[in-house]
Design a protein around this ligand. Structure first.
Ligand SMILES: [Zn+2]
Ligand SMILES: [Zn+2]
Length: 171
């Protein structure tokens, strides 16, 4: 999915790239189809590209591993330029907003697929919990501490032989 500088004009243009080939399916499990909308315009030596992506990811809880459906929406803004000096300047000034990324390109071609993939990973939360109170799994028997009552959490410390018994049973 390439976007040429020559296809982008002063008047801003909005479009939705067709297909979902940009989505990193191998790394992120997605429920339904991911959505994307792009707006691009030219400003002298620069191309301003903004957009949003949205998708529902299926991610494992960091504590118990249960899969959680998570709706993710991300807005992004890029400024592309062929001029290295402008890119450096932008990095320091205009592009100080956290979401805006200044990119220096060697060719007047924007790799949309790469940008969208990058945004998917940036949009993923650092921490995934099925529930704020998720207590994870019992390190001894693997039961979910939230829902299940396992005897190890109550008695484990005082009665280590129960743990051994449990282990023997599992073998
Ligand atoms: Zn959990
Ligand atoms: Zn347990």
């Amino acid at each position: 999915m390439k976007l040429l500088f020559s296809e982008i004009f002063q008047e801003s243009r909005s479009f939705r790239p067709s297909g979902t080939g940009w989505f990193p399916e191998k790394d992120v499990e997605c429920v339904g189809s991911p959505q994307v909308a792009i707006t691009a315009k030219r400003e002298e030596e620069k191309v301003l590209l903004g957009g949003t992506i949205g998708f529902t990811a299926l991610l494992p809880c960091d504590r118990c591993g249960k899969l959680v459906e998570l709706r993710v929406e991300e807005e992004f803004e890029y400024i592309f330029t062929l001029d290295e000096n402008i890119a450096v300047e932008l990095g320091e000034m205009e592009c100080s907003a956290e979401d805006c990324i200044a990119v220096h390109l060697k060719q007047p071609v924007i790799d949309l697929g790469e940008i969208l993939r990058e945004q998917v990973f940036l949009a993923l939360p650092l921490k995934v919990l099925c529930d704020e109170n998720c207590r994870g799994l019992c390190p001894v028997c693997g039961a979910e501490l939230q829902d299940d009552h396992c005897s190890c959490s109550d008695n484990g410390r005082n009665r280590p032989f129960d743990v051994l018994k449990q282990l023997r049973k599992e073998q």
